[in-house]
Ligand binder design. Structure first.
Ligand code: SF4
Ligand code: SF4
Length: 321
């Protein structure tokens, strides 16, 4: 087993830590992003989180053509600025030599102890605001050892931990982390399995099973979140199907997350092909989707508006101040 101060492996990489957030859970929070996700949603705003390996991105608009990346490449694999060549060893020497930020590394082999120390100065603010730390990604449950170790350290200081999940995880492997988690933000997308495979690159069967299992578990507080994607999740039939299912599960509330095309630029930086064309989300579509879900009996919130108490009612709340 890895020592608590040892670096993470490639399958347990952190992407970043985002401080002073007012979404993704109660109060003021910090978000810890893990790298690696089992899904490939066409609208994903964080495609840099898909691979569980470190990645080198190239932002061509920042390149000043100085050639230092070529000089720094120890094995001379790099013969020009740009995305890493096919024979790249991912040593990141070019990234370190680049003066302009045109080359960017995604995925740091930090360790839970280092992340904990980076979060520590914010503990008083978390306590005053009723906030805490939210694990996101990627999929934090793909890194259960690192995530559990960090959660254990936070809980020892009475800092609440929330978890954002795509829902596709091994429940037995997730139990130790879930026991340390105050709140699970559970992403739901396409109810129809065929549509889910088409848009998200995998079946939703396990996701639905995990949602039902967590909803039935009195010790876990679950908050569903639905990205509102025109032509996909925002279709009336999808909204209706989820409204019925959430009521059946005793989760009559959710957050709808409006679509923004933020992932397109990152895909280009990483040399990925463009995602499927998705029309912009109009104000009318946002409102009609909200009305439809509310008409079906759900409490509907936008990010940052949530009344988190709804999901704690009747459940054991761990670590809330
Ligand atoms: S990451 Fe290393 S091997 Fe790859 S191009 Fe950059 S310097 Fe060369
Ligand atoms: S070191 Fe950076 S700025 Fe200079 S040529 Fe390479 S990518 Fe461009």
């Amino acid at each position: 087993m890895r020592s608590s101060n040892g670096p993470l492996t490639d399958s347990e990489l952190f992407l970043s830590v985002q401080h002073f957030c007012l979404q993704d859970g109660p109060g003021v929070r910090s978000l810890v992003f893990f790298k690696g996700c089992p899904l490939r949603c066409g609208w994903c705003q964080n495609p840099e989180s898909w691979s569980s390996r470190p990645q080198l991105a190239f932002k061509d608009h920042l390149c000043i053509g100085c050639g230092r990346c070529v000089e720094a490449c120890p094995g001379s694999q790099r013969r020009a600025p740009g995305l890493p060549p096919a024979d790249c060893r991912l040593c990141f020497a070019c990234n370190e030599a680049c003066p302009s930020g045109a080359l960017h590394r995604f995925g740091e082999p930090a360790c839970p102890a280092a992340i904990f120390r980076a979060l520590e100065p914010e503990f008083p603010l978390f306590r005053r605001s009723g906030g805490g730390v939210t694990f996101s990604g990627g999929e934090p449950l793909l890194c259960p050892a690192a995530a559990t170790e960090l959660a254990t350290r936070l809980r020892a200081e009475a800092i609440p931990v929330a978890l954002e999940t795509c829902g596709l995880f091994s429940l037995p492997r997730a139990l130790s982390l879930l026991a340390l988690t105050e709140l699970v933000l559970f992403d739901i997308k396409l109810f129809d399995d065929r549509s889910h495979r088409h848009w998200c690159g995998g079946s939703n069967q396990v996701i639905k099973e995990n949602l039902a299992a967590l909803a039935a578990n009195e010790s876990v507080s679950v908050w569903p979140r639905l990205p509102l994607i025109p032509g996909a999740t925002a279709q009336s039939a999808n909204l209706d199907a989820w409204a019925i299912r959430l009521q059946e599960l005793g989760l009559p509330y959710l957050t709808i997350v409006p679509y923004h095309a933020l992932g397109d630029g990152k895909r280009a930086w990483l040399g990925m092909k463009a995602g499927p064309p998705i029309p912009a989300l109009s104000d009318e579509m946002l409102q009609s989707s909200r009305d439809r879900l509310a008409g079906a009996g759900l409490r509907v919130f936008l990010p940052g508006e949530e009344e988190w108490e709804l999901c704690y009612e009747g459940r054991r709340v761990t670590g809330r101040s």
